[in-house]
Design a binder for this molecule. Sequence first.
Ligand SMILES: Nc1ncnc2c1ncn2[C@@H]1O[C@H](COP(=O)(O)OP(=O)(O)OP(=O)(O)O)[C@@H](O)[C@H]1O
Length: 227
Amino acid sequence: MSLELNEVTLTYPDGDGRLTALDRVSLDVPGGTLAAVVGPSGSGKSSLLAVAATLIRPDSGTVAVDGVRVEGAAPARLAELRRRRIGIVFQQPNLLASLTAAEQLQVMAQIDGRPPRKARPRALELLEAVGLADLADRRPHRLSGGQRQRVNIARALMNDPAVLLVDEPTSALDHERGAAVIDLIARLTREQGTATVLVTHDRGHLDAADQVAEVLDGRLTAPATTG
Ligand SMILES: Nc1ncnc2c1ncn2[C@@H]1O[C@H](COP(=O)(O)OP(=O)(O)OP(=O)(O)O)[C@@H](O)[C@H]1O
């Protein structure tokens, strides 16, 4: 399990010219490793995650998810790669109001063509891993913000992804709950063996990371290994 970006450049149309959002960015995240990417607003963090998630194709450079090269892959192959090998945790949990916590996870199996009922044991196991074993049958309106974010994280792990991409998961949480969510992501990264990229603008969250890279104007500093 790994994520590798090599010399990735991404530009967007900008008036008559192009704006360079990522400038020859390289990042190598082995399985079981948490890489934090920090940087100010507009520096390119979301663009980096979108490229790693295979949602945007870069202008140049290569991306490999779990050893599978993304360039030139047919759209159907990319969709399968996203479904099976990539877990994404967005800032906002975006849970479905009518489903219980366990069902939010089971639906991921259904999307992947597997019977949701058979996926229930794995859903309950993951809810236990994120500390929500007792709340599996609650709907989102009866969960706190931190609990919803935990469901969101467990859901991203439902299809056993090789790569876990996490975008500012603590923006809606107070500092203490935010720190607990980051510690949880670090622990799950080790337990599940995912290659995890965590994007944050909050430097208070970096202790839990194995690598820290800073992005400034689309350029990434070489990741420093922490701890
Ligand atoms: N779809 C787009 N079209 C044109 N320009 C874009 C687009 N998306 C992002 N940009 C520009 O690319 C640059 C990088 O944006 P990006 O969203 O990746 O930064 P970010 O670090 O994630 O910012 P934030 O922390 O505010 O989310 C910015 O200058 C932004 O304005």
